[in-house]
Design a binder for this molecule. Sequence first.
Ligand code: MG
Length: 301
Amino acid sequence: MNFPKQVTMVEVGPRDGLQNETIFVPTEVKIKLIDQLSVSGLTRIEATSFVSARAIPQLADGEFVFQNIKKPSGIRFSALVPNELGMEKALKAGVKEIAVFTAASETFNQRNIHCSIAESIERIKPVMEIAKNHDIFIRAYISCVLGCPYEGTISPQKVTALSEELILLGADEISLGDTIGVGTPKQTQQLIEMVKQSVPVNQLALHCHDTYGQAIANIYAALECGISCFDSSIAGLGGCPYAQGATGNVATEDVLYLMHGLGIDTGVDIYQIVRTGEMICKALGRPNQSKVGKALLGMSK
Ligand code: MG
């Protein structure tokens, strides 16, 4: 199999993960989490979000967190930015990399950010323009690429067209998100093969959720298509195991175990991740959702 020799892991636990956790995590614990992730060998960490405190109370301390984490050289820290106001905060905080977002489903966009796909693009445009003027790297998330909770199936053509549009607008990278974790390996490959025809594969990342237990299989399938950038969340943060319909992000521990087993270099120390996962799970008062995390815990001390 012609797998990439090396992959880049984008750690989204501190933002996408915590955002979807119901228990408020104290600011100092968020900083500790990111600082511990920073010594694991990860090179990309999505640290927080500059959304309104009303929209996402969990990340109301985003600016303070971003300014107070250690920033070792060689690690790219990013923040999610929903609008121009968020972009102003990002600039003040010294952010060099941002993420913007939309979804491939009209209904999901309406329910999530109260606008159509086209309107969401209009919101993103000025943010991208400011980012470009400041030489800031832009990642664009597309949610619901393999299915929508309201619309069901999403056509790969729609995802491809949206990816192409975002790249033309100036996005440096597209992260394809299976937000509700319904995708299967075959569907994942069909989607990537189509998007690849419009966007270079090295500008694509895959963002999996493990709702149906397919995340690792989907990531393996994506490796076969040449994808070499994967989002994951430490300890599977991002879905409460007690809530019905919990839709956790794929756990960083699980992805690392897969990659290392395939002989693919991630540069990440899995044991450091396991220890950090234990720390944040204790703070949240809930078990680690990663089987790998649980299995390796005894060996990581
Ligand atoms: Mg996610």
